[in-house]
Design a protein around this ligand. Structure first.
Ligand code: C2E
Ligand code: CA
Ligand code: CA
Ligand code: CA
Length: 268
């Protein structure tokens, strides 16, 4: 029967092949999703610790899969990076986020920044800076409203990445270092990078209590960032007590479920 042959097929399929075919399916679905525009952006507010007002929004991609429903980026960004699909996908994200920001500015919304995640694969494309320039020109977004979020994996090789980051800064676009503290880079690279903002990873914020080691680390990061003249954003603030611990420390901004989850543009 049909059932029996399926069981047999599974039984004789080594795990590796199954993994590969799952990947191939996901990859072709990703391509199809790109062509048919099944992706959308959610936006999470970046909030001033002192005043409680929204300073900017981080754009976060979602995949509206026809059968599987809403797929989160953790489930497809790694494969998009592996296959190179992150290049067209990331360009779509940048265009869409810039278009949205222009539309908010035209509506008179008091918001000064759109933050967009950039993957290392995108950043390493020879035409990356030109692509950003083109997107700003096409959408009409003034450069000072855009911030690019990069992780430590991008900034590992200073000889290659510092000149590219300088070009980005010269355009007027801002740069933030995402997930700070989770990479393997040494602290010494921080002085070489033209950063505007340092984002403290959620893992430090999670266990931050009065007197905890995590709080000592967060304090030290904020202090160091200010000495280097970077703004600081704490990620993943989920409750009042975490926010309280930040407010004494001149940490400029925070993001987290406590203020708002990422939301579709029409809910902002
Ligand atoms: P990320 O850049 O570190 O983004 C923050 C993630 O933390 C988001 O997950 C956000 O929804 C989540 N988050 C924010 N506040 C809280 C909180 O209070 N509690 C908890 N538990 N989580 C919180 P999301 O949207 O699933 O994105 C996951 C990752 O996928 C991002 O981490 C980023 O690395 C990547 N990603 C998302 N969108 C893009 C994109 O357009 N391009 C690229 N290259 N990567 C993206
Ligand atoms: Ca980010
Ligand atoms: Ca982050
Ligand atoms: Ca993260």
């Amino acid at each position: 029967s049909k059932n029996n042959s399926q069981v047999e097929f599974r039984f004789f399929t080594p795990d590796m092949n199954e993994e590969i075919s799952k990947k191939l399916i996901l990859e072709s679905e990703l391509r199809k999703g790109l062509e048919e525009e099944h992706f959308l952006l959610y936006y999470q507010p970046q909030v001033s610790v002192a005043e409680g007002d929204v300073k900017g929004y981080e754009a976060l991609i979602r995949w509206q899969h026809p059968e599987r429903g809403m797929v989160s980026p953790g489930d497809f960004i790694p494969l998009a990076e592996e296959t190179g699909l992150i290049v067209p996908l990331g360009q779509w994200v940048l265009e869409e986020a810039c278009r949205q920001m222009v539309s908010w500015l035209n509506q008179g919304k008091a918001v000064s920044r759109m933050s967009v995640n950039i993957s290392a694969i995108q950043f390493q494309q020879p035409d990356f800076v030109q692509m950003v320039k083109d997107v700003l020109a096409e959408t009409g977004l003034p450069a000072e409203f855009l911030e690019l979020e990069m992780t430590e994996s991008i900034v590992q090789d200073p000889e290659k990445s510092v000149p590219v980051m300088n070009e980005i800064r010269e355009m007027g676009v801002k740069i933030s270092l995402d997930d700070f503290g989770t990479g393997y880079s040494s602290l010494s690279y921080l002085k070489d990078y033209p950063l505007n903002t340092l984002k403290i990873d959620k893992s430090f914020v999670d266990n931050m209590e009065q007197g905890s080691k995590e709080k000592a680390i967060v304090d030290a990061i904020i202090h160091m960032a200010h000495r280097l003249e970077f703004n600081v954003i704490a990620e993943g603030i989920e409750n009042e007590s975490q926010l309280q611990l930040l407010s004494g420390k001149a940490c400029e901004e925070y993001q987290g479920y406590y203020y708002s989850k990422p939301l579709p543009a029409e809910s902002i």
